[in-house]
Design a protein around this ligand. Sequence first.
Ligand code: ATP
Length: 269
Amino acid sequence: PSAMREVILEVPKVNWDDVGGQREVKMQLIEAVEWPQKHQEAFNRIGTRPPTGVLMFGPPGCSKTLLARAVASEAGLNFLAVKGPELYSKWVGESEKAVRTLFAKARANSPSIIFFDEIDGLAVVRGKESDGISVSDRVMSQLLIELDGLHQRVNVTVIAATNRPDKIDPALLRPGRFDRLLYVGPPDEKDREAIFHIHLKKMPCSSDICVEELARLTSGCTGADISLICREAAIAAIEESLDASEITMEHLKAAIRQVPPSEVHSYQE
Ligand code: ATP
């Protein structure tokens, strides 16, 4: 039985337009992920190789996962997602095999992206086993072997994400491994406006809604907070009347008062 049966393979349907703000990160992802897969000859001709892996770091709820899905979707790449800690919990005793199988599956389904969410979770399991080598050491060395094996193979790209860049094993950051670092920070006011637009466009909205004001009122909120605010507002509209046909500015303002801003801090200040 495959240790990786549970890893879902998909081509996500997320467009660049579904991600508010993050202009620079989007451009970097296109260069680091899409170009190498689409214009291999250009890289060969110029005698260089694209980054093997991309590490996105930044506070929670600020669109790392969304961006990974968007680049896969926009570039038409298959997408295999796995959370770092899952490699231990789900496949106990089979963790290294799980890593091998994951990369084999990505190659078999190339062009593809492997997305490691919470990659810092690979370093948390310490404690030695009877043979003196910890599970995390073995998983880590298998991962390094697989990453090093990707050099000649530009049609599998590895993207990792973390909220805790300080906890990443430095071995992962050496050249030829996760050698492109992208900071994904919290949204500013303009970005929050864009994010409100994205989430409200799926809902019937009253004409009194002013996204500029919503953006002003949500300082300290992440994209995930804004998504929650919009959902809370929709629920409030239904609670008010089962015949509700639209969401109003009042619903949104009430939701803003209910949802505390995550107040994540930029890692770059
Ligand atoms: P974590 O580190 O907690 O995994 P993350 O950075 O990967 O967080 P996402 O999972 O991408 O964050 O974001 C959570 C949800 O918040 C998204 O599914 C989306 O609904 C919303 N969201 C976050 N950022 C944005 C954005 N820039 N534009 C639109 N929606 C956003």
